[in-house]
Design a binder for this molecule. Structure first.
Ligand code: BTN
Length: 262
């Protein structure tokens, strides 16, 4: 079956686990053994959940969705970054459909407004790719979404939130999963049929930091300057004070103080 057939692609084969180290590792192992495109691994809890930039992803049992999807897009590895943006859009669709005031944060976080008006992180995406020469073998899209958590550990309390905290009600994780799979299916099909540029355009329409001054931190490095654009390959173009243009693929982006109120 090709990705553009009428029937649902994402989630057509599933492995549901009580516990695992990381669903991304499970999905990658399954992909190496031939898992079809759209196969998913879901776990109730992870004991080595990974986030971006080498961080851990807290994965308490019964409180969140921990999910990895096997994709096999027929594109060059260099064309893959906007795929993560498509996943962000699917998360946005899902959270809004469940009543959350959700927003995207580059490159792949989903923030939501808590009742106190502050935006905190609801979900994150960790995309890992295996290539063979100029071909993609598989892409594993790992998604962590906080659903029912009411109390976070102190180190996360100021930065993380959940659907339960943001909306006042906790939908069942099964319901969130099915909504998310439908949204992923839709956004992935659009990515394949409309091309990366259409995905990037849709993503840009949702954010308000382009054209403003930002600081983008990745490890020890920080680039401060004007966020000029997100290009069609998914790179953030930031022009620093010296006029040098940086094309960035990852990092934590924050508005510079003088641009926060505008
Ligand atoms: C991030 O925001 O840093 C990305 C977090 C991704 C977490 C998910 S949970 C399911 C999948 N398995 C992992 O080990 N990580 C991803």
């Amino acid at each position: 079956m090709s990705a553009l057939d009428g029937s649902r692609l994402i989630g057509r084969e599933r492995r549901v686990l009580a516990e695992t180290g990381s669903t991304n590792d499970e999905a990658a192992a399954w992909a190496r053994q031939g898992a079809p495109e759209g196969a998913i691994v879901v776990a109730d809890t992870q004991f080595r959940g990974r986030g971006r930039l080498g961080r851990a992803w807290s994965s308490p049992a019964g409180e969140g969705l921990y999910l990895s999807v096997v994709l096999r897009p027929p594109i060059a590895p260099a064309a893959a970054p906007p795929l993560t943006l498509a996943v962000g859009l699917a998360l946005l669709d899902t959270a809004r459909g469940l009543g959350a005031r959700a927003h995207l944060k580059w490159p792949n976080d989903l923030l939501v407004e808590d009742p106190d008006g502050r935006r905190r992180k609801l979900a994150g995406v960790l995309t890992e790719m295996a290539t063979s020469g100029l071909r993609i073998e598989h892409v594993i899209v790992g998604i962590g979404l906080n659903v029912g958590t009411r109390t976070f550990p102190s180190e996360l309390a100021e930065i993380a939130t959940s659907l339960a905290r943001a909306t006042g009600t906790a939908p069942s994780r099964d319901e969130v999963l099915e909504d998310l799979l439908a949204a992923l299916d839709d956004r992935y099909r659009r990515f394949l049929s409309g091309g990366a540029a259409a995905t990037v355009r849709a993503w840009k329409a949702e954010v308000d930091f382009l054209g403003r001054r930002v600081a983008v931190r990745s490890g020890q490095e920080e680039v401060v300057g004007l966020a000029e654009d997100l290009d069609d390959e998914g790179a953030l173009r930031v022009r620093d004070e010296a006029g040098i243009l940086h094309r960035l693929w990852a990092g934590d982006v924050a508005l510079e103080p003088r641009d926060r109120e505008s």
